[in-house]
Design a binder for this molecule. Structure first.
Ligand code: NAD
Length: 417
């Protein structure tokens, strides 16, 4: 981060959506109340709404159940944070722009390219900032890659292999049983999960995509692949003890991916898990969900500066991180978020940077807090620009939507037409 200038009064923000992401970003307001102040919360879930109101000392008139109610009588604030499910991004974002707020918008921007473009256009016309939460641009490991490439010491990029490994638990929790399982509710997985990766690749290459082609499908999590004798809920399934996708194993035994389960007053997390396993969406057999998003996908891209990129999204893996291999004219860089190896062709010199201590550390290794700090800094200081413009974000989303078109039609798509 460069030198930060803040005004004497904090930037004021209203959070629309009071779930996981909002709580992460609002940690910044807890740590720096003199820079950022929460002045309103819009959240239909009373447990979440009350918890945030209590934490930030909000009065009832600062709390709303739904964004439509809020925008009928908007509060005075500099900005809104929109961290709702992705089918509820477009409308609140357009209303926020119309009302003159700056917006910090969780990715993906919206659900169609036309909606993404409409948001960019409205922001431009109104003169407000819409910052999209591309956290990789604020993560120390990815920043280091960008710095090495930009330094020019390894010459020019020729080609990149980038792999987004979506761990098996993340996949079954989020994209088979959970919130991102159906395109009509959210988006294709490439947009929901990998718009970050495409944004990173555009940032890294400082170029635009000229052509792309994509393949992939929902190959495995379908009813016809259910093992003989299995049942539609893990809790009463005879093959559960040996099933790698067991919800009983994931939530009850390993107690993983349970942080977003709401625990009502008077109940325990064990009771919530038990109820989820018996009747909730997260207790369902992975072969008997109503999911339709792909479980593997590849994209081949040719950039305008002739760099070629192969991108893969793999979900049948215990890995849950990104691996990148960049070939440049004077050397190569490869890393997996744990370590980053830099090799120079001349003299076969090698340097390895260790990032393993960052793995699993809170707030995406601090990236979430760096990101909101950048947003606050942008509002507080006219000379400072948010790291990603809405136009750049729309461009990375365009690539994802066009890759989907390629996957579904079998065509190679030209983006420079
Ligand atoms: N940048 C990242 O790294 C990253 C990581 C995870 C998720 N996300 C994105 O962040 C967004 C939110 O994800 P999350 O994990 O916080 O989800 P979440 O379910 O924890 O939170 C979303 C909240 O929005 C609330 N909500 C629903 N309808 C609403 C309405 N009409 N008005 C106001 N609030 C409403 C829900 O009750 C919920 O509390 C999604 O778009 C997701 O894709 C981004």
């Amino acid at each position: 981060m460069d030198e930060i200038t803040f005004s004497n009064t904090p930037v004021t923000i209203v959070a629309i959506g009071g779930g996981n992401r909002t709580n992460k970003y609002l940690e910044y307001a807890v740590r720096h109340p003199e820079r950022l102040q929460l002045v309103g919360i819009v959240e239909p879930n009373p447990l979440r709404r009350h918890a945030l109101a209590e934490k930030f000392g909000l009065k009832p008139e600062q709390c709303f159940e739904d964004y439509k109610l809020f925008f009928r009588n908007p509060l005075k604030a500099d900005a809104v944070l929109i961290a709702t499910p992705e089918n509820i991004h477009f409308e609140p974002c357009m209303l926020a722009i119309e009302a003159g707020y700056h917006v910090l918008l969780e990715k993906p921007i919206a659900r169609t390219l036309a909606e993404c473009r409409a948001i960019a256009r409205a922001a431009r016309n109104k003169g407000v900032i819409v910052g999209v939460c591309h956290v990789l641009r604020y993560h120390p490991y990815f920043i280091r890659i960008k710095e090495i490439v930009d330094s020019g010491e390894l010459g020019q990029i020729i080609s990149i292999n980038h792999n987004a490994a979506v761990g098996i638990d993340r996949m079954t929790h989020g994209y088979v049983r959970g919130m991102w399982r159906r395109e009509e509710i959210t988006n294709p997985i490439l947009i929901s999960k990998c718009c970050h990766d495409i944004d990173f690749l555009l940032w890294l290459t400082s170029s635009q995509c000229r052509k792309l082609t994509s393949f992939g499908s929902l190959r495995w999590y379908r009813p016809e692949n259910a093992p003989a004798g299995s049942s539609d809920r893990c809790i009463n399934c005879p093959i559960e003890p040996s099933c790698p996708y067991s919800a009983v194993d994931l939530y009850r035994t390993r107690r993983d991916w349970i942080s977003n389960f709401d625990v009502p007053e008077g109940a325990t997390i064990d009771q919530v898990i038990d109820r989820e396993l018996r009747t909730g969406p997260y207790g369902r057999c992975v072969f008997h969900c109503d999911n339709d998003v792909a479980d593997h996908q590849v994209i081949a891209m040719e950039m305008e500066n002739d760099v070629t990129i192969s991108f893969t999204m793999d979900t049948f893996t215990l890995d849950d991180q990104r691996q990148t291999h960049i070939r440049l004219t004077q050397g190569e860089i490869d890393g997996d978020e744990r370590s980053l190896r830099i090799r120079w062709f001349r003299g076969a010199r090698e340097e390895v940077l260790d990032f393993s201590s960052l793995i699993g550390t809170p707030y995406h290794a601090g990236a979430d807090l760096n990101l909101i700090e950048d947003f606050v800094h942008t509002l507080a200081c006219k000379e400072h620009n948010f790291r990603t413009s809405i136009e750049q974000s729309v461009e990375s989303h365009r690539i994802c939507y066009e890759a989907e078109r390629s996957r579904l039609t079998g065509q190679t798509i030209r983006l420079d037409d």
